[in-house]
Design a protein around this ligand. Structure first.
Ligand SMILES: [Zn+2]
Length: 260
């Protein structure tokens, strides 16, 4: 009897929902009902949790945040929290704008900057270094992103040190890069940032002459390379020679660059 009631009530729910959704004359009721349901659901979610959810969403996709903001008032209000702007992904926006930014876009970037979004100094560092403005300006911007534990910023810092042309700095870059690869979590993030950097490099004029002098990190004379392809080694945890591991990163980066 209990089961039958449960079944009946489920069917009734289904019938009611589908009837409302099917009937054009009830579209106002549908919207109102759904809005009421959304509102009551939102009332039960603490604002801190809502912001946390939106921060995670912002980190992966600007478009998803934009859509979430349009979906209801609570999302719209919570999405204006500085924490959301601090975590906002800027992947939807080209590194080099080919036309002037609109006022709305300018206001958006200013808000991201005011909220200390590490993507802002990171992107500026990538632009400065690879277009040949010199490492000083790039490293200064990277520091801002490193303060927020931006793994891409650490990766680009390693690249700058490796291509510095100075043995001491190169050794420092090797140590940093090898250290990053020891953590499974960081290796996963590194892959993400490496691919993002590759996409960014395709959109700019790479003119840094330092990138023409390829550093070599593995100086071992014995035949210890176990693989014929270095590409296999980029994400491999099982590479015992730090020099080879870093050389595989250097090769990946140089292969990603437009012809210098
Ligand atoms: Zn080696």
């Amino acid at each position: 009897m209990v089961n039958k009631n449960v079944k009946d009530s489920r069917n009734m729910g289904r019938a009611t929902t589908s009837t409302i959704l099917r009937s054009p004359s009830n579209s106002k009721i549908t919207k109102r009902s759904m809005h009421a349901t959304n509102s009551s659901m939102m009332d039960n979610i603490p604002r801190e949790l809502l912001i946390e959810i939106l921060c995670r969403l912002a980190h992966t996709s600007f478009t998803d945040i934009h859509n979430a903001k349009l979906s209801c008032k609570d999302f719209h209000e919570a999405a204006e929290d500085p924490c959301v702007y601090q975590n906002m992904s800027l992947d939807n926006f080209p590194l080099v704008a080919w036309k002037p930014l609109t006022k709305k876009e300018e206001a958006f970037f200013t808000k991201c900057q005011d909220c200390q979004n590490p993507e802002i100094p990171y992107r500026q560092a990538v632009l400065d270094y690879f277009t040949g403005k010199g490492p000083k300006s790039a490293l200064a911007h990277l520091q801002g992103a490193l303060n927020a534990n931006h793994i891409g910023a650490l990766y680009v810092t390693c690249i700058i040190l490796l291509f510095s042309g100075e043995d001491e700095l190169k050794a420092c870059g090797m140590k940093l890069m090898a250290g990053m690869k020891k953590s499974k979590y960081v290796r996963g993030k590194l892959k993400e940032h490496r691919d993002r950097l590759k996409s960014m490099l395709r959109t700019m004029w790479v003119e840094n002459p330092a990138l023409r002098r390829r550093p070599v990190c593995c100086t071992k004379q014995d035949n210890h390379r176990r693989r014929s392809s270095w590409e296999d080694m980029v994400d491999d945890a099982d590479v015992h020679c730090e020099g080879c591991s870093v050389d595989s990163e250097i090769k990946f980066l140089l292969d990603s660059l437009p012809r210098l």
